[in-house]
Design a protein around this ligand. Structure first.
Ligand code: HEM
Length: 493
């Protein structure tokens, strides 16, 4: 008992000393922190409560100047909602924060979670797999997958509310496999298992985050969350041993070995190869990636490439279903560009689907599916009004940028027109960061926009959607997701 009391007194003294010795140039602390635990109690709870808490933090941060300090247990962290300061940090500190290590048992040193020293070489090597010339060759798959989604959803016509998210997730998983990996992953059982395991593992990552005493790997090792996480990893790894990535990898590698021409030469004579072929090429020919690295990159690409687009499409359908005028405008544009028939969306059509792009961007602003990014400050960073100290964690609240008062009094409304009508967007080019900003921004941005636009064009052309976005209950599960109230209904056009 005495030891516990002594420990608490020592922590409280350390807290008081830390508060007193803060540099004057550091941003102010949020009000309401406690000795020892800081602001951590606000984070404790489920992922819905976490979303409410970070929203509160964002709202308060605007009043304090867009940059504030907070304490999670013994750690001081910064929270940034100012667009210019976010840009400065995203560009000057490319190291991901230690919180990303929570996902490393799964994604290792893949691009999202990888250490800067590894990332900088790997990103350079993998960039060509996302060149425009290569993405253009995916239009056939984007169209056939969109048609498949429309067909799959057909059974829900006229039946009232249904969970369209299941459809977008399964479809997007197949699409990323068919395009980037050159693998057919339409086995619905395996597909479902993967989607479930990925969802569960995200839960465990967030649960660990909200309980600061499990941040250390030593305490975490004893937690029940670690047991849950291991169970998810076992499912993901078991799949690897049966029909999924490692199996696929080995099969592709054996096809590939000694026969470099086996790489899909989608563009004859071109150096651009799809993602998996590029990985294998670099591994077999140049000895760059080992099997573990290939798997980590593949796992990263699958999760980065399907959960994101699937969630944006899910939210976009809800928003269109809640805003009939916007939906009719989108439909009118699709008919104008594609005509009355049912032809494929072609590459040249994409730039003409201006309203559809505005719908997608506005949807990503209103529901920012990657709402928070975290960087490790590897040096002091000078911002407009403050200097952040090296060694600390900096949370970039992307959703906070998207809900910043600079968007105007209608900031909380869904208004695709703001992306089209002159003078309606904020002057600041850093106000929108759905794909992150700077050198470590999303590698799949162009891929995502092309595939989502194609899908939306097909869906809008076939269905009239009804939904109520005010009923959606949100949660922060690494990504922004609906907890309830997200279902839609559809009628044939
Ligand atoms: C609407 C869809 C998408 C959104 C909103 C999105 C958003 C983002 C964001 C915010 C990041 C930065 C993450 C961080 O710093 O922690 C990111 C990184 C990344 N995204 Fe996306 N993404 C989307 C689609 C895709 C697609 C389709 C792919 C793959 C085909 C992809 C692959 C990646 C990868 C590999 C990274 C890590 C990049 C790096 O650090 O070099 N994403 N994405």
């Amino acid at each position: 008992m005495f030891a516990v009391a002594l420990f608490c007194i020592a922590c409280a003294a350390y807290w008081a000393w830390r508060q007193k010795n803060r540099k004057v140039t550091e941003p102010p602390f949020f009000p309401g922190g406690w000795p020892i635990v800081g602001h951590a109690p606000a984070l404790i709870g489920d992922s819905c409560k976490l979303w409410d808490a970070v929203n509160d933090l964002a709202r308060q941060s605007y009043d304090i100047g867009g940059v504030v300090s907070a304490a999670i247990g013994p750690r001081t962290v910064y929270i940034v909602t100012d667009p210019d300061d976010s840009f400065t940090i995203a560009n000057s500190c490319l190291e991901k924060d230690g919180f990303y290590d929570f996902a490393k048992p799964w994604l290792g040193e893949g691009l999202v979670t990888g250490k800067y020293s590894i990332w900088k070489n790997h990103r350079k090597l993998l960039n060509p797999a996302f060149s425009q010339i290569l993405l253009d060759t995916f239009m056939g798959v984007f169209n056939s997958q969109s048609r498949k989604l429309v067909k799959d959803m057909e059974k829900e016509i006229g039946k009232g509310l249904f969970d369209h998210w299941t459809y977008t997730r399964h479809n997007a998983l197949e699409t990323i496999c068919l395009t980037a990996l050159g693998v057919d992953f339409t086995d619905s059982n395996l597909n479902s298992k993967y989607v479930e395991a990925a969802e569960l593992i995200f839960n465990t990552i967030v649960e660990r985050f909200t309980k600061f005493w499990w941040h250390s790997p030593y305490t975490f090792a004893w937690s029940n969350v670690k047991k849950k996480q291991d169970a998810c990893l076992e499912i993901l790894h078991n799949m690897s041993n049966t029909a999924s990535w490692v199996h696929v990898l080995q099969k592709r590698k054996s096809e590939f070995n000694g026969n470099i021409c086996a790489a899909r030469s989608i563009i004859p004579g071109s150096k651009f190869k799809p993602f998996m072929d590029l990985l294998l090429d670099l591994s077999v020919e140049k000895g760059v990636f080992n099997d573990r690295e290939i798997r980590e990159h593949v796992d990263t690409m699958i999760v980065g490439g399907h959960d994101t687009s699937a969630n944006v499409l899910m939210f976009t359908m809800i928003l269109l279903g809640s805003h009939p005028e916007a939906q009719e405008k989108a439909f009118a544009e699709v008919r104008e560009v594609l005509g009355d028939g049912d032809r494929d969306v072609e590459k040249a059509d994409l730039s003409k689907l201006v309203y559809l792009e505005a719908v997608l961007k506005e949807s990503m602003r209103v529901f920012t599916i990657v709402p928070v990014l975290a960087r490790k400050l590897d040096k002091d960073v000078k911002l407009k009004n403050y200097t952040l100290s090296a060694g600390r964690t900096c949370f970039l609240f992307v959703f906070g940028l998207h809900k910043h008062p600079m968007w105007g009094p209608d900031v909380n409304e869904f208004k695709p027109e703001r992306w089209i009508e002159p003078g309606k967007l904020p002057d600041n080019p850093n106000a929108f960061a759905a794909f992150s900003v700077g050198r470590r921004q999303c590698i799949g941005k162009a891929y995502a926009l092309m595939s989502m636009k194609t899908t939306l064009a097909h869906v809008v052309r076939h269905y009239k959607i009804k939904a109520d976005h005010t009923k959606v209950r949100l949660k922060l599960d690494v990504m922004l997701k609906p907890d309830a109230g997200h279902c839609i209904s559809i009628e044939r056009r």
